[in-house]
Design a protein around this ligand. Structure first.
Ligand SMILES: NC(=O)c1ccc[n+]([C@@H]2O[C@H](COP(=O)([O-])OP(=O)(O)OC[C@H]3O[C@@H](n4cnc5c(N)ncnc54)[C@H](O)[C@@H]3O)[C@@H](O)[C@H]2O)c1
Length: 346
């Protein structure tokens, strides 16, 4: 008979858009974990999620959770500008950590957080959930198994249905760190090669308020990979037809593409044209499976004492790519990654 694995006592910090999803998966779907507490500076948000998930502890200050010896791991879902600090405190308290992307948009903050994790000997997994999307996983596997021969060209189209609230954008670190960060990770994941050079063009086409806070809402990025392949990332904060998330890898022996999943597969034809359902609307629906699967893998790596499938370094490299994209946009020229990463230029 197989031994039953012990349940991981886990707490969630930040019960906003993504925190609620992780709470619900941990409380209802993932049998390997026991969600024991939720912290949010907005106590009502913590209490609301706690009530929905049947969790007895809801607190405004996450330090209470870090001081609780029964909690083995924390899931950090607070705003980006709090992640590096909370990682350091959680590591010092001996908690394993799942942290939403990005770790931070300052490389020195990321490095301090990774150093604290290393010192404490705890596990850190970064929430690049798209790696766990079954469609993108299929593309990854087909490329890795050589089905398309040598990969030559990557295209990632990643457009949101609508921009997030301005309060969110103000602390998000800007489009390269908040939005493109997922695509930077996807580029490495799909191509199995590191990016060496980035050239970014950007514009404010969706909302002038986004421009007023110094951000962009429309970007095209070209990537040059260490293995000689090239690629593009195409981002917009507003696609009127819904959440547009497609990838394509073209190679010497063929091509593999993942289109947008739709809510149903009906096709209606009339005099005006041929009509089908829109893409699933936004990340909570489109990536629902991936959020569950990534958290299941986090719990399993704690139970089995194996390395997390998305490491701290996997969290760091897309930040370097974001810094290169920002510099490229500002200076209107291709930027080598080692220009923005001191640790990589030696
Ligand atoms: N992986 C993904 O697909 C994905 C999707 C959305 C957001 N995110 C990331 O998750 C993070 C949160 O994003 P969101 O959209 O859920 O934001 P949100 O604003 O909806 O929620 C953040 C929550 O954290 C709380 N909070 C703020 N400071 C806190 C603190 N010090 N301690 C505890 N709680 C605190 C807020 O009150 C709020 O309830 C961001 O870093 C974002 O980049 C990832």
């Amino acid at each position: 008979m197989m031994a039953t694995k012990h349940k991981i006592n886990i707490a969630v910090i930040g019960a906003g858009r993504i925190g609620k999803i992780h709470c619900e998966n941990l409380a209802s779907v993932l049998t390997g974990a026991e969600l024991t507490a939720i912290a949010d500076i907005n106590l009502e948000a913590a209490q609301e999620s706690a009530a929905r998930c049947n969790v007895s502890t809801a607190v405004p200050d996450y330090h209470e959770l870090l001081a609780d010896p029964d909690i083995e791991a924390v899931v950090i879902c607070s705003p980006t500008d709090t992640h590096a600090q909370i990682i350091q405190e959680a590591a010092a308290a001996g908690k394993h950590i799942f942290c939403e992307k990005p770790i931070d948009h300052e490389l020195n903050m990321v490095d301090q957080a990774l150093e604290a994790v290393e010192q404490a000997g705890v596990k850190l997994m970064v929430g690049f959930n798209r790696r766990f999307d079954p469609n993108f996983q299929k593309v990854h596997n087909m490329v890795a198994e050589g089905n398309i021969g040598e990969p030559h060209i990557l295209h990632i189209i990643s457009r949101d249905p609508a921009p997030p609230p301005m309060e969110y954008l103000e602390v998000s670190g800007g489009i390269f760190f908040d939005m493109t960060i997922h695509d930077f990770d996807m580029a490495r994941y799909l191509m199995g090669s590191e990016v060496s050079e980035i050239y970014a063009a950007g514009a404010v086409k969706v909302d002038p308020k986004i421009g007023a806070i110094g951000d962009l809402d429309t970007v095209i990025i070209t990537l040059r990979f260490a293995n000689g392949a090239i690629g593009t990332i195409d981002n917009s904060r507003k696609a009127v037809y819904g959440y547009d998330q497609r990838v394509e890898v073209f190679g010497s022996e063929g091509m593999v593409t993942a289109y947008n999943p739709v809510s149903d597969t009906h096709i209606y034809s009339n005099q005006e044209g041929i009509h089908s359902a829109l893409p699933l609307n936004f990340f909570l629906e489109r990536y629902a499976t991936s959020y569950m699967l990534e958290m299941r893998e986090f719990i399993e790596c704690l139970q089995n004492n194996t390395p997390p499938p998305v490491s701290g370094m996997d969290g760091r490299i897309p930040i370097v790519m974001g810094l290169a994209a920002k510099k490229s946009y500002q200076e209107n020229r291709p930027v080598q990654l080692n220009e923005v990463d001191g640790s990589n230029s030696k």
